[in-house]
Write a protein that binds this ligand. Structure first.
Ligand SMILES: Nc1ncnc2c1ncn2[C@@H]1O[C@H](COP(=O)(O)OP(=O)(O)OP(=O)(O)O)[C@@H](O)[C@H]1O
Ligand SMILES: NCC(=O)N[C@@H]1O[C@H](COP(=O)([O-])[O-])[C@@H](O)[C@H]1O
Ligand SMILES: [Mg+2]
Length: 395
């Protein structure tokens, strides 16, 4: 479709975003810049993307019937998943009925659970990954840990941002890891993946875009994670030409297999023995927020262009840059975010306050982003900016 009417008109081109966090908020803003009508959906009211969308709906996105009702009501041109926890079987059905799911319903289904994407990458595509096993009970977990060895990493098969993820260092940790995974998983499924612990030198996200112009790569983004969730990211990450070649080879193989149009975040470990595939998001990536200060087109602008079928001749990295997150340390419904004056006194620095209605322990609430002549300076500035921000909780 090469022409369309204004938002809210009969000829409007409409997207429904499934998941409305900080990443979706930026996708909506970019889609609106292209004159698209936007509808945001999530499991709770006043989610970040809902605050900028034309309309919103609150539903349980794991409930296939509820999901179908929204799609039939809104009749979108594109269905745009923003989180993993969606009734992906319904997306597969909707796609069969002629709807377009971004990037594809199969990509959403395979990446919603760690088993689908891991088996595709390691077994079908034969890409290098950490050794892994799956377990459905505490007994099976003991067996899996015995086979993989300690230390190992235990994660619910459906979770993100490190929820329910822990490192099992000795056999004595197994039960606590199981309990933690059961509390942290997003779905009711009692299944976990056990992965051998990789002592990587560094880890990166390789943003890979499939568009009408073919496959494009952004400069690699380095990041540091704590408790399975990202704390800081920077771009570009220093890599050897061989590492870049291996990383792009893996990213191309995975994204070619998943198909469709859109931006993927391919997570990779850089080790002495080569590059390992970790996981992939068929959507903008949290560590990729850095592109809002480093590139001419951010990962959100790139995703919007690609999914709308628009060309993507070049991506320009304009400057090194970095991000650093602000996370809450407790659950609270009444709070204020402060410290912006101090944070924004740092040159070449920006802040995104997501506007989430409640804090939760470990929940990401804002991010600071800086650009500088080199990555080290940018990391230092973004860290200082994030540390200047604070959350004041009301008792
Ligand atoms: N096998 C492993 N060995 C060493 N570290 C690991 C392993 N698996 C995960 N990690 C660490 O935990 C982080 C989060 O893991 P992973 O990406 O699998 O979880 P996630 O919950 O899907 O995170 P997100 O949704 O933020 O991408 C990784 O970026 C890495 O730092
Ligand atoms: N690593 C994936 C990621 O960062 N996803 C982002 O976090 C939101 C959920 O946040 P919440 O759990 O604070 O509601 C998601 O909606 C997405 O924007
Ligand atoms: Mg990850």
């Amino acid at each position: 479709m090469s022409k369309y009417g204004s938002p809210l008109s009969k000829q409007a081109r409409r997207i429904v975003l499934l998941g409305s966090g900080e990443l979706g908020k930026e996708v909506i803003i970019e889609a609106q810049r292209l004159g698209i009508e936007t509808v945001a959906v999530d499991r709770y009211a006043n989610a970040p993307a809902m605050q900028v969308a034309h309309r919103s709906h609150v539903i349980d996105m794991l409930d296939g019937e509820a999901l179908r009702r929204i799609i039939e009501l809104e009749q979108p041109d594109l269905i745009v998943p923003e989180i993993e926890a969606i009734a992906t079987e319904t997306l597969v059905e909707l796609e069969k009925e002629g709807r377009t799911v971004v990037p594809t319903a199969r990509a959403a289904r395979l990446t919603m659970d760690r088993e689908g994407i891991r088996r595709l990458a390691a077994e079908t595509l034969e890409l290098p990954t950490a050794p892994y096993r799956f377990a459905d009970s505490l007994d099976e977990l003991r067996q899996a840990v015995a086979e993989i060895g300690t230390p190992c990493v235990i994660k619910p098969i459906m979770s993100s941002s490190g929820k329910g993820q822990s490192v099992c260092r000795t056999d004595a940790d197994i039960e606590a890891c199981w309990e933690y995974a059961m509390e942290g998983g997003r779905a009711k499924k009692q299944r976990v993946i056990v992965e051998g612990f990789i002592h990587f030198d560094s880890e990166i996200t390789l943003l890979t875009i499939r568009s009408v112009s073919g496959t494009s790569f952004c400069a690699p983004i380095g990041h540091v994670q704590k408790d399975g969730d990202y704390i800081e990211s920077w771009q570009p990450h220093q890599m050897t030409p061989e590492q870049i070649q291996e990383a792009e080879h893996i990213a191309r193989k995975v994204t070619d297999s998943l198909g469709g149009y859109g931006l993927y975040g391919v997570e990779l470990f850089l080790t002495k023995d080569g590059v390992l595939f970790s996981e992939v998001s068929p959507r903008p990536h949290d560590t990729g927020m850095v592109t809002m200060v480093t590139q001419d087109l951010s990962e959100f602008a790139l995703h919007a262009r690609a999914i709308l079928g628009l060309p993507l001749p070049t991506i320009r990295l304009l400057t090194p840059g970095a991000t650093h997150t602000l996370k809450a340390d407790r659950d609270c419904a009444t709070f204020q975010i402060g410290g912006l004056e101090e944070a924004l006194s740092i040159p070449n620095t920006q802040v995104r306050v997501f506007g989430k209605p409640e804090t939760k322990k470990g929940r990401r609430m804002a991010v600071a982003m800086s650009s500088a002549d080199d990555v080290e300076q940018a990391r230092d500035m973004a860290r200082r900016a994030a540390q200047a921000l604070h959350i004041d909780y009301e008792a």
